[in-house]
Write a protein that binds this ligand. Sequence first.
Ligand code: FDA
Length: 530
Amino acid sequence: MKFLQFSVLPFLIVILSLIGATLAHPYGDFLHCLSLRISNSSTTSKVIYTQNNPSYSSVLNASIQNTRFSTPTTPKPYAIITPRKTSHVQSTIYCSKNHGFQLRIRSGGHDVEGVSYVSQVPFVILDLVNFRAVKVDTKNEVVWVQSGATTGELYYGIASKTQTLGFPAGICHTIGIGGHLSGGGFGILGRKYGLAADYIIDAKLIDANGRILNRKSMGEDLFWAIRGGGGNTFGVVLAWKIKLVPVPPVVTVFTVNKNLEQNATKIFHRWQYVAHKLPNDLFTAVWIMKVNSSQVGNKTVQAGFRGMFLGGVDELIPLIQHEFPELGLTKENCTQMSWVQSILYFGGLPIQPVEILLNRNALPRSSLKAKTDFVKEPMPETGIEGFMNMFLEEEADFAIAMIEAFGGKMDEIQENELPYPHRAGILFESTYIVQWTNEEDAGTYINWIRRLYSYMASYVSKSPREAYYNYKDLDLGTNNVNGYTSYEQASVWGLKYFKNNFKRLVQIKTMIDPMNFFRNEQSVPPLWSP
Ligand code: FDA
């Protein structure tokens, strides 16, 4: 007793008061709430990761693609919840809402501004890493895919059942279905079929009140909004039913690299006039980046003309020779492969077994900043020259502009068909990305991309200067961290991302989540919110 009184008792008092303090803090209440609801303890340990959990950091970092947001000073979540059942998602929503924690939903973690795993206010992450089933039904040409699956897992699932069906989503195979489909989703089948979001035919969504909704029960307005109106805005989408599209068993891919000394500027100038008018079966893109020049020690800028044709090489060569002879495409530039292999090709991976699509860590991660533009009029040659020359600057050592031709099916879909409005009349979309290795230099690189963006202002879409929501750019404006964001304030970026669809998105948001529970820096706000 004496021992207990003088040695253990003070420790016990400290521990008990610490537990008391934790419980008094909303975080303690939150955890208590969640643990009660996720009551099976063996499950709880694999579902709730608090900061004391030895696996907390590895679970947090597992899918952070932009390492700019994984520094010691980056705000960290109080807890990460990796639900294994729908009821775990409902419990997380209930407890976060009732105990004042902001919820950040994460599927693939590829948000370029990190908004799925960073917040300036106390927050928890709902990480859907355990929701990644892919159920392919080739007879009806549909798939139920859970949000935590990657595009790679989806593509692999389809290709392991059939060689003649595909899905028109993004190029990189590690992006998550949840965020990707929530913002549109454009890839190498885009000119032929449109966006990934154009092929969503049903969804399973949990709203802010924990209700489980499908297309029928959510109604057509909300179903419209979740197909491109942005993630973490209307609810948690657990799964999507998508329609597959036909692809031939053999497609042809090609790359032709031209640098400044090989007329890259002139060929790119010409590409602007032809790429959007080519047959829908042919997708082309131009990747601009700095490379070594043939003169030792010198640098130049390369325009890499890349393409994917839904057919054989013998049909492709005469087609290009007729429509775009300036490219000088030869058989040597081309490779025939399956559609699913072409995903690896465009992702910059060497030809290898498609099982690599299941590897979520197959691509290098880096610190980056991205911006996007949509171009409606061909740029003059002088404008292209200035643009290319900016890639010779020191800060552009790890920069790239990925310029993707539109036209085709994108021209045929009405601007208000889905929230994503960038359709008819767009010649191409440009995604500019700058990367760096030393976090201390981040400002210099970010300044470079801002200068590039300013330079491009006179050549791109205007009033509004359109931007692609899937590559969020917080430079365009943000919601207030706490409290109300007015319609006018949000319109600054909302109209760039959604044009006239923004108003409808705000109305739907006001109906489904008037208290603005689901939110992030650029989520659509309701008309009146706390
Ligand atoms: P992440 O998990 O970070 O979520 C993104 C946003 O969606 C967040 O706001 C998040 O809260 C929300 N969210 C996620 N899951 C949700 C769910 N289940 N329910 C509700 N909200 C949810 N785009 C493109 O169109 N074509 C392309 O080829 C590429 N390629 C590409 C390559 C690389 C390397 C990067 C980093 C990005 C792209 N993108 C792209 C952009 C990509 O489509 C975009 O970043 C997606 O939002 C990524 O989805 P994740 O689920 O991975 O992101």
